[in-house]
Write a protein of this length. Structure first.
Lengths: 114, 177
């Protein structure tokens, strides 16, 4: 059995940072669209992509699309880079937290129009 | 012993996908947490990663299955509007809950929270599965990425837990039949 020293090069942290930040952005998107739909009736109506499920279908579809686009862009920009991971992951968690806040009924009900 | 197709889909959504995700969490958390060079040998990490990658992708798929069946199959039955003049609201759970002050909050708070927050779980779970797959053994030496993944994974669990808990309560009070 040979004893080989691993020469495997380490991946830069950019792809991980991109995935995490995009996750935060997707969560934030849901947390912004939800109160927005409560506040603006035409937006709520426009989000009824699948009528039987109501505006929930549009809110979640738009959030998922924003998440995937953010992931694709950030992944492309950072794939070969080492970024300040502590800072990016902190922002990802803050955005995730804001997404949780935006989807909390006592919060988004504050924006309800009538 | 009978079960309607609506009840069956509710079981698939909640007891199938939803409960499976929550049950798998402990295994995923233990796997993620123990990806440390001081705890596991190189061979041990490799062996563990195969299971972890498969498990986390399965959890992400299950989380997507939960929200998709919930939003597009079960939820339309829940929110279906009763025809004009209907007095028996048993088959219209949303309206049944809203008809009484003592149950209205189950919809206004419980269902409204559940239907939105549940969607954060598959996003967070997919991110975790992806990063584990791409970085593999490298993660044993990178505590920053590991720690961030643990937080995402815990948030996926908490959001799925909130959705699952309210789903179970609401289906007890005003079941989809």
């Amino acid at each position: 059995m040979s004893t080989q020293t691993s020469t495997q090069t380490e991946l830069p942290n950019g792809l991980a940072a991109a995935a995490l930040l995009a996750g935060g952005i997707g969560s934030l998107a849901l947390g912004v669209i939800t109160p927005l739909a409560e506040a603006v009736v035409p937006i709520k109506d426009a989000l009824k992509f699948y009528a039987p499920a109501g505006p929930l279908s549009g809110k979640t579809t738009v959030a998922v699309i924003i998440w995937l686009i953010a992931w694709a862009i950030l992944g492309y920009l950072w794939k070969d880079k080492d970024v300040d991971f502590a800072k990016v992951s902190l922002w990802a968690l803050i955005l995730l937290g804001l997404g949780l806040l935006g989807t909390f009924p006592p919060f988004f009900d504050l924006f309800a129009s009538g | 012993m009978e079960i309607s197709s609506k009840e069956l889909w509710t079981v698939i959504h909640g007891m199938g996908f939803g409960a499976l995700f929550l049950l798998a969490f402990a295994g995923g958390l233990a796997g993620l947490y123990s990806l440390r060079p001081e705890w596991v040998t190189v061979e041990g990490v490799k062996e563990r990663l195969i299971r972890l990658k498969a498990g986390l992708w399965a959890m992400a798929a299950i989380a997507w299955g939960t929200v998709l069946t919930g939003t597009y199959i079960v939820y339309p039955w829940y929110r279906a509007k009763p025809p004009e003049g209907t007095t028996d609201l048993m088959n219209f759970p949303r309206y049944l809950l809203l008809a009484s002050e003592s149950t209205a909050e189950w919809h206004k708070f419980g269902m409204e929270w559940k239907e939105h927050v549940g969607w954060i779980a598959p996003i967070a779970a997919t991110v975790v599965a992806y990063v584990i797959s791409v970085y593999g053994t490298q993660l044993t030496g990178d505590s920053k990425i590991r720690r961030a993944l643990l937080w995402f994974f815990i948030i996926a669990f908490v959001t799925a837990g909130v959705a699952g808990m309210f789903g179970a309560f609401i289906n007890k009070i005003a079941p989809v039949r």
